[in-house]
Each structure stands twice: as C-alpha cells, then as structure tokens.
Design a protein around this ligand. Sequence first.
Ligand code: MN
Length: 128
Amino acid sequence: MKQKTILVIEDNALNMKLVQAILSPCGHKSLAAEDAESGLRMAREQRPDIVLMDIQLPAMDGLEATRIIKADPDLKDVPVIALTSYAMKEDRQKSFAAGCDGYISKPLHPKHFLEKLSAFGVGEAKDQ
Ligand code: MN
C-alpha cells in the first residue's frame, strides 16, 4: 500500500495528537489544520488522499467545510471521513447529508480507527 497524505482537521489538540500517533507508525503523512478555513486551504494546495473532518469546529463547522469540498470539482472525489462524538448520533446523519463518505466516532480507539480507515484504502504504507 502506498503512503497516503491525510489531512486532519481537528481543533482538539489531544485528538489531533492521538490521530497523528496512530497514523505516523503506519507510514502515512498527516497534515494538521485546527480550523475549517485553514483545512480548506491545505486541501486545495496539497490535494490530500483523504480528509478526516472533525464536525465540531470553531467558526465554520465540519459540515459546512465538507459541503465546500464536495462542491469543488477538484476536491469532490477526496473521501471525507467525519469525526463525530459518540453521543451525537444526529451528527452522523448530518455528516452523510453534507457529503461525508464515512464517519469515525470519538472517543477514538486506535484499532477501530484503523479498521475504518482501511476501508478507504489507508493501511500500512509498505513501500515508503
Ligand atoms: Mn472539535
């Protein structure tokens, strides 16, 4: 499996660290954005293979950011996986309605997280 570039848009520093700690041993490159605006800018400039999108973000939320990605002809095919709080079940439905291709519930469990990602072609990067 090839190395992927994974854009993580997450305002919670602990969650961001956890995601990076899970991804980096797998050999993937992660890009970190703390808010939707900078995340969208990075998406346009760096063309990630996949976007992990926190739904609850300051200012613009992850739903709106996903709609913008899915309305952009250059970005619409990039899978967006929502990171939603386990308690917020309605967030999942809203995520799919906004165009997200999948979701992962928080709190994040490394094994479950990697299983979800593998469904989107993100596994161990062997040929780095
Ligand atoms: Mn958040």
